[in-house]
Design a binder for this molecule. Structure first.
Ligand SMILES: Nc1ncnc2c1ncn2[C@@H]1O[C@H](COP(=O)(O)OP(=O)(O)OP(=O)(O)O)[C@@H](O)[C@H]1O
Ligand SMILES: [Mg+2]
Length: 248
């Protein structure tokens, strides 16, 4: 993992504050919350049943979609180019560019203004971290699904983000690939990256999560430490979810 000095920015973009956030479509609230603050250093795991609004919430928080109402502030500031450059997102289905494995990372670094020599060094060390060094010259689209997801995560952390949004990055991976991705996420979190991650995997949320944001029907119904969420969820919806018996 590179040192966290990429763009020399000093102003913090944490905490994330969502205020009066709503996303409506066809007269329905897909997401609605009065206030949500993500401030703690450890990973925030976003959980909830299918269709609860987790992916939409992540996209709203990352500024990929505009809310119908409300706003998101980063360290008190609205989204702008400087803040956008200090966030990254990994999607459930890996997005890789039609170029080599190494060039996928190189492209992101170049876009962030990293000079050629430093790019080469960073690509080398990242491919080592992701166990993809032997595939550096391979077209990225010929990688397996798990390898593509590892590459997507490497590309996301390559630019030294302050905030990393992850939408079910391991949902289609085998246990070994999942373990590798989890190790990379934990390493990033230990280096000070704020991880906000959607997962359906209760074991994974226990392994990685410091806090849990639990969504039901587009609303945050619980936000609490992972320890207390798993020991004693305070809502009926979360209890039913953990018991595998929550209906939408
Ligand atoms: N553009 C849209 N127009 C109308 N409804 C939408 C739109 N985008 C998403 N939805 C609906 O919003 C709800 C929440 O979607 P979202 O993708 O956030 O769910 P999720 O919690 O991520 O579910 P999953 O666990 O299946 O990934 C779903 O019912 C979905 O059908
Ligand atoms: Mg989703």
């Amino acid at each position: 993992m590179p040192s966290r000095v990429l763009d020399g920015a000093t102003a913090t973009i944490l905490p994330i504050h969502a205020q009066g956030l709503a996303l409506r479509a066809a007269g329905t609230d897909l997401v609605r919350l009065d206030a949500l603050t993500l401030a703690g250093r450890g990973p925030t795991m976003v959980m909830g049943p299918n269709g609860a609004g987790k992916s939409l919430l992540l996209r709203l928080l990352h500024g990929l979609i505009d809310p119908t109402e409300g706003r998101v502030l980063y360290g008190g500031q609205p989204m702008c180019a400087r803040i956008r450059r200090r966030q990254a997102m990994v999607f459930q289905r890996p997005v890789v560019l039609r170029r080599s494995v190494a060039a996928n990372i190189g492209f992101a670094l170049q876009a962030h203004g990293v000079c050629r020599q430093e790019r080469a060094d960073r690509i080398r060390s990242l491919l080592e971290i992701g166990d993809l060094a032997s595939k550096a010259r391979q077209p990225a689209r010929t990688l397996s699904g798990g390898e593509q997801q590892r590459l997507a995560l490497l590309r996301a952390i390559s630019t030294d983000p302050d905030i990393l949004f992850l939408d079910e990055p391991t949902s289609s991976l085998d246990p070994t690939a999942t373990h590798r991705i989890e190790a990379m996420i934990l390493q990033a979190a230990e280096q000070g990256v704020k991880v906000v991650m959607v997962t359906h995997d209760i074991g994974q949320a226990r392994r990685l999560g410091a806090e849990i944001v639990f969504l039901h029907r587009g609303r945050v119904v619980e936000q609490t430490s992972a320890a207390s969420f798993f020991k004693q969820p305070s809502t009926q919806a979360a209890r039913a979810f953990l018991a595998g018996a929550l209906l939408l």
